[in-house]
Ligand binder design. Sequence first.
Ligand code: ADP
Length: 583
Amino acid sequence: MVGLVVLSLFLAGLVGVFLREDEARRSETEGQRAALEAYASATLRRALEDEWRLGVALMDSALAEPLLDDSRLLLVSDGTPLLPRRARGTTAGVVVAMNALLATTVDDPDDSPPAERRRFVTGLARALATSNKPEIESNVRGLLNHRRQFRLGPVDDLSTVLAMIELLQTRSKPTQVLMERVLRDGFTPQEAGLQRHVLELSERLSADELTRVCAIVERQSQRALVQVNDFVARCAAMVGPTGAQVADAPPGLSVQQGFVLRGGPEVRGVAVAIPTLLDAQQTSMRERGLIEETDTLELSSSEGLVDSLLVSVESPRWLEATRQRRSALQLKLVLLAVAFLLGVGLVMLAFTVQRREQALLDTRNELVATVSHELRTPLASLRVMAETLERKTSGVAEAKDWPQRIVAEVDGLSALVENILSFNRLERGRDVLHRQPWALDEVRAWLEADAPEVLSTVQGTSGLTLEADPTWMKVVFLNLLRNARKYNERTPVTFLVDAKRDGGSVVIDVKDNGIGIERAQWESVFEAFHRLRDARGRGGGGSGLGLAIVRRVVEGHGGTVQVVDSSGEGTTFRLVLPRRHIS
Ligand code: ADP
């Protein structure tokens, strides 16, 4: 059980170590990735800010010069879109008015500025018909001056200028300089030529009308050999789709509908191609070795505040690393689980084996106890019969000493049976010893009763009382006595019990005059079933249990027993027993 708990704790510790190791590897990869993503995001933000700054720097020029390409710009002031310029108005009728003017010869008597302006055109038509040069010049100059003085609506303004150019080109040969000025360059820096003027008015004209007017200006410019390509391109752009409809942009720099813009009362923005920027960034990071060929940059969202734009770095090697990390962890955990199951299995096996062994041991002990027990009665009967035989045959020469030898053999067998039973009880029982105050002097009587032929001496025992189990103490002393007789070749056998007090203990030396025990065997003779190979002596029927029982009983009393001296002269065993009860 303890083993299982230790194993569980150990495995739990290992799980912890594996999880921590996995986490460390994960955060290392994540850290690397986070650093790259932070770098890529910051670089993209900087690129967008730069784009915006450059675009905004172009805005003033685009406002002043309508021929400039403003398709990438976005300027909305107080809700009014200013850039890119688009034909957003509803005004129409310029071309109709021009054609009507070219068709008429009748002067409008009205003295309003539009009527005044129209009179210059009809006047020019008449002068051209009569080739009256001064009149032609005066009407052209008059019209141009009138333009400077009066700002008319787009219809009146554009129709008269277009009609004037139409008349000059179809009915005379106007100078290149005049046409350059009228169509393109203007007469003063403040005054735009017709091309620019048309583009400036684009917001007020409808898309259809702008297309028509542009077509006329294009034709007139081509006829006059005046540069017109950029104008045509701008016309086309201005009737194109309206572009970004930015209703409310936040004050910070943000990305919306393909524009990077800053909001407020005035929204200023620049068109950006984020995929292109991201591509460029990816290439640069690859060239600098920050990411590998297979790594790609991806934008989490292409709309929103620039500061919150996040670029993620996708890399197959990270996916692979994550996969490998996961499978390594899984494998380790599976191995741990297997180890745990194996541990549980082993513990259960050991438990079962132990229980079986115990059961086997119990059965064996039971059997031995039963057999030994059953032997006691017949042995007792045998002894009585042998003694009777001994008495009846005393003086019969043929009987020799056989009856005595039967008695001795039966005694040896009885001692063996008793030892087996004692050992069994000691092995099995927990509360075998029942201690009580016991006078050591009692040994004397036991020795005399058991072996009157042995010359036993007991000294120093009187007055010494021990806390001991007398039954078991008798077993101890009689076993020692029996060995003294068994392993002895002298007659008489002597057996000395010499006791003395030593502090809280009693030291009892038990000395015989037997054959002795080799020094190397002084300890091993106390092991159960241990017999010396060349054990000589009388009545060799020993079991090797006698001294094992002696040691168990003495130690059970909290004491010690050992051989302290042995030679061919005999052996001394020393028993040290506590005087008082040891709890
Ligand atoms: P056994 O039943 O064989 O006598 P013991 O445990 O009593 O078993 O003794 C173990 C061995 O120690 C014996 O076989 C014997 O050789 C030796 N031995 C025991 N006591 C003595 C002794 N007093 N003198 C000499 N040898 C002894």
